[in-house]
Design a protein around this ligand. Structure first.
Ligand code: ADP
Ligand code: MG
Length: 437
């Protein structure tokens, strides 16, 4: 009886910890590039203990040892990856847990943030020999879904989008820009009818919720999996945010996915002057919707989860502002999406009621992957070269701030958990057990 007690409290702890948004922040340092070496650039970043990042303006080991206390800065993240870290390790540490969440019906998103050339696309997409997080995540999803699906049936749908100049494009089927459903209502009449529609939707949703609730009440009470029963409702919400006419590609194998994504990446916008290079102002978003069914002793439960993997535009211009007007030099574009992303994350973790998703195309697209109970992973990419010192410093500051926000959110969770009671309960039970033996 005592052990049952512990188990129950553990479950409660788990569910309490599972609510709200959670952010993990990582840093990945890429190796020095050939060009950088040739121009005699020096290393200004060192990662120690897989956690601590030291940024100095000095190059050699002796300089580092001699001067690190004098100049430079120290940062610490959930994990920091030195140059030698493999793609697989980056995936396992940053994203594997998130994929596990997606399989339980909890949406998640992974962002790569950093200056152009810092290694975002390498981390997300990688190469055929060294596939990145996008490909490894899908591979993991495939194999786990196959193991867990009770009837062998499942569906993994992919869409790959670009946001460039606040225009959304389908990278899997390039053509005219996509219109987000949210953007369509313009006239008062349309808005009125949409409101009526929304009220009807709400009625439907409540009706369905009640149906689902009645059907599964027993299993919910037993297994604590109430969230997955809402999948039908979630699906409807999802469709509301999808871009009209977007290709959703049904994925079958990982090799195929890699080919698809490489092709998609070739469809990303390039600057007219550098036709072979992806524009540093282009955001690429891979969305993966996974659906399968599990069975407990009574019910078949559909699990639907969405994973968003985002290769953000270069962050170097996001910070460039006109000192006189305090306006961004770049105008609305790259800035708008990156800044809007930052404000949404801020608002979410601070528990604000209004989340400003509508401020940019990027945040509109990520609406259902950033709010509610979902997990967010930030990977800040940096170069080791002293030539990128300022950009690296900016990126590390940004990542450090994201970490601060997370700590606030965590402390709220801890208050609700009531650990002391759990501990006394556990001690009591252990004493009881000892007496019995
Ligand atoms: P970004 O997408 O941030 O502009 P890229 O991912 O294109 O940067 O990286 C710039 C260059 O550095 C590319 O040639 C890429 O192959 C290389 N690179 C980046 N990260 C690594 C890494 N971890 N290991 C090896 N090469 C890398
Ligand atoms: Mg890139």
């Amino acid at each position: 009886r005592g052990l049952m007690g512990i188990k129950k409290i553990n479950e409660e702890l788990e569910t309490t910890g599972d609510m709200g948004s959670q952010i993990m922040v990582f840093v990945r340092l890429r190796p020095m590039g050939k060009k950088e070496e040739e121009t005699g650039s020096r290393t200004c970043v060192r990662i120690v203990n897989k956690k601590d990042v030291y940024l100095t303006e000095f190059a050699s080991e002796t300089d580092y040892l001699r001067l690190k206390r004098v100049r430079g800065r120290h940062f610490c993240f959930d994990a920091s990856f030195p140059e030698s870290t493999s793609q697989q390790e980056v995936y396992s540490t940053t994203t594997a847990e998130l994929v596990e969440g997606v399989l339980r019906g909890r949406n998640g998103s992974v962002f790569c943030y950093g200056a152009t050339g810092a290694g975002k696309t390498y981390t997300m997409l990688g190469t055929i020999e060294n596939p990145g997080v996008m490909v490894l995540a899908i591979k993991d999803l495939f194999s786990k879904i196959r193991q867990r699906s009770f009837d062998g049936k499942h569906s993994v749908l992919l869409s790959y989008l670009e946001v460039y100049n606040e225009t959304v494009r389908d990278l899997l089927s390039p053509g005219r820009p996509l219109v987000l459903r949210e953007d369509k209502q313009t006239t008062v009449e349309e808005r009125m009818s949409s409101m009526e529609g929304q009220v009807a939707d709400l009625r439907n949703m409540i009706k369905k919720m009640l149906e689902v609730h009645n059907q599964t009440e027993a299993s919910v009470a037993r297994s604590g999996e109430g969230r997955s029963t809402n999948s039908e409702i979630r699906r409807e919400e999802e469709e509301g945010i999808m871009a009209a006419g977007l290709t959703q590609y049904r994925a079958y194998s990982t090799d195929e996915v890699m080919q698809l994504l490489l092709q998609g990446n070739r469809n990303r916008t390039t600057e007219p002057t550098r036709v072979n290079e992806t524009s540093s102002r282009s955001h690429a978003i891979l969305q993966v919707v996974a659906e399968y069914q599990v069975k407990d002793s009574v019910n078949v439960i559909t699990r639907l989860g969405k994973l968003s993997l985002i290769d953000l535009a270069g962050s170097e211009r996001a910070l460039a502002t006109d000192l006189r007007t305090q306006r961004s030099i770049e105008g609305a574009n790259i800035n708008r999406s990156l800044l809007a992303l930052s404000s949404c994350i801020n608002a979410l973790v601070e528990g604000k009621r209004h989340i400003p998703y509508r401020n940019s195309k990027l945040t509109q697209l990520l609406k259902d992957s950033l709010g509610g109970p979902c997990n967010t992973v930030m990977i800040a990419n940096i170069s080791p070269s002293n030539l990128s010192f300022n950009e690296t410093q900016n990126t590390l500051h940004w990542a450090d701030r994201a970490k601060e926000i997370r700590n606030k959110a965590c402390s709220v969770n801890e208050e609700a958990v009531q650990i002391p009671e759990f501990e006394t309960e556990q001690t009591k039970l252990l004493l009881e057990l000892q007496k019995q033996n």
